[in-house]
Design a protein around this ligand. Structure first.
Ligand code: AHR
Length: 501
């Protein structure tokens, strides 16, 4: 098995609190996510609660989803909120030009989103339309959702069935305005943002935080401009990063051929893992710029779109971004979450793209059937990290090498949960070799260690509607505690979460 990795946990030097919102999700009007995946309508033969699928609601409740971002994505900058309120039979039918050119009947609008969020116990993140909307439209939307007065807008909300305002936790001024959200330059956007922000006035007592469109990947120039021109006007800057295997291959591949979600070899496995580690470097770059303008770290960096992006499932509508999810996606999720934990002081929300049936989904549905993906199980194993105090970890030890490149074989993070339990997440990214690990716990006396593991026979093992249990967590007993050291052997390609009490 080779030389051991060491993971030094500094329990005596606690870091920032891991914002629960790091476990947020993203639900865009895209493909079969909203219609079919979440909303089937109250008259559907599929068991539902007021129109929301029961199986999906229960699965999401189990994850303690802290926040949902809606309605897009690119869809957000074509979405006019008034289309989605009032009697359903009078709501206009529009065409979803970004995603497959399908009809959108607006059956799922503001009331349905807010009701759904309340049902699963999640906070709310609404993405405003800057690209094709107006300042007034955004201002009215914020007031409609959050005000408690007798103005016409609020009376309209009441007439539509909601008396008290909802809680609006986050609101974004546009999405990807450098691309599908309006093809803007950073300076121009910074001015529009400053202007718009003045008129967005949530009702009294609302916790609403305002998010500016931030960079994609390593676009530090964008971060610099927005922080310099509008850093004082915002509560958060967003960042988008997709892990596309072809981009991390040598030679670099293309967007048109990102790579199959399920048919891949070790070169593609390595490329995805390499891509997952990459987000840590990019977060460090953006954080350093933010530190310059905001040393108190008042402005959060929110990674409101992240995850793997593979070629669509063969035979599916390519505009629906439907992809299968394998053990590789689970390992990418674990590495990413470990990185967010390490940056908990600045990264205070993240929203995986996306929740149901789209990209790196938690859940896949097909008519009445539902399956939980390997990524879902990572979120389940990690849920004790929500609100935990991060504990710094230093990993030293063997690399995992492939095709002349190398990454750390072990990815780790640690936290002290709100329940007092110390949790240690350890992933062995090497698909061929087990990783012996020595964990040292400075400043910690634990009496007992238990754990769960997610692994599977193959790199591309997945859960299907017919075989939903191929990649599921199991109890893990291969960790031995002696004094302030834990000795663990992580099987090849595995995600382990230990609990120390
Ligand atoms: O998540 C899919 C799309 O990716 C989003 O709509 C957009 O914001 C990004 O380009």
């Amino acid at each position: 098995a080779g030389s051991a990795a060491t993971v030094a946990v500094q329990a005596d030097h606690p870091g920032a609190v891991i914002a629960p919102a790091i476990y947020g999700q993203f639900a865009e009007h895209l493909g079969t996510q909203i219609y079919g995946g979440i909303w089937v309508g109250p008259d559907s033969p599929i068991p539902n609660i007021r129109g929301y699928r029961k199986d999906v609601v229960e699965a999401l409740k189990n994850l303690h989803v802290p926040v949902v971002r809606w309605p897009g994505g690119c869809f957000a900058d074509e979405y006019h909120w008034r289309d989605g309120i009032g009697p359903k039979d009078r709501r206009p039918v529009i065409v979803n030009t970004n995603w497959g050119g399908v009809e959108e009947n607006n059956a799922f609008g503001t009331h349905e989103f807010m009701d759904f969020s309340e049902l699963i116990g999640a906070g709310t993140y609404v993405n405003g339309n800057l690209g094709s909307g107006s300042v007034r439209e955004m201002a009215d939307w914020v007031a409609y959702m959050t005000a408690d007065n007798h103005g016409t807008l609020v009376q309209e909300r009441r007439a539509n069935g909601r008396d008290k305002p909802w809680t609006l936790n986050w609101f974004a001024v546009g999405n990807e305005v450098w691309g599908c959200g309006g093809n803007m330059r950073a300076d121009y956007y910074a001015d529009l943002l400053r202007q718009t922000r003045v008129f967005l006035k949530p009702g009294a007592g609302q916790p609403t935080k305002f998010i500016a469109v931030g960079p994609s990947d390593d676009d530090t120039a964008w971060t610099e401009t927005i922080m310099a021109r509008a850093g004082k006007e915002i509560d958060a800057l967003s960042m988008h990063y997709y892990d596309v295997a072809s981009f991390n291959m040598v030679p670099k591949g293309t967007w048109a051929k990102k790579g199959s979600a399920t048919e891949f070899g070790e070169a593609e496995w390595f490329a995805s893992i390499f891509g997952a580690y990459q987000i840590g470097t990019y977060i460090s770059h953006h954080s350093a710029i933010m530190d310059k303008y905001d040393p108190e770290k008042r402005v959060a960096l929110v990674v409101d779109e992240w995850g793997t992006w593979h070629d669509p499932t063969p035979g599916s509508n390519p505009g629906f971004l439907q992809q299968q999810n394998t053990l590789r996606d689970a390992v990418v999720a674990a590495i990413s979450l470990n990185i967010f934990h390490a940056h908990a002081d600045r990264v205070r929300m993240a929203n995986i793209a996306q929740m149901v049936n789209v990209l790196q989904a938690m859940i896949l549905t097909d008519g009445p059937r539902m399956v939980l993906t390997p990524t879902y199980h990572v979120f389940d194993m990690y849920k004790g990290f929500q609100g935990a105090t991060s504990l710094p970890v230093t990993v030293t030890g063997p690399d995992y090498s492939q095709g002349g490149r190398a990454v750390a074989a072990v990815s780790a993070s640690a936290g002290r949960g709100t329940d007092g339990v110390i949790r240690l997440a350890l992933t062995n990214v090497d698909p061929n070799k087990a990783a012996p690990v020595q964990v040292t716990l400075a400043g910690l006396k634990a009496g007992k260690v238990t754990g769960r593991i997610l692994t599977a026979p193959a790199m591309n093992s997945d859960n299907t509607f017919d075989h939903p249990q191929t990649v599921v967590p199991a109890a893990f007993s291969d960790a031995k505690l002696s004094g302030d050291t834990v000795s663990v052997t992580l099987p090849a390609k595995s995600v382990v979460v230990l609990e120390l009490k």
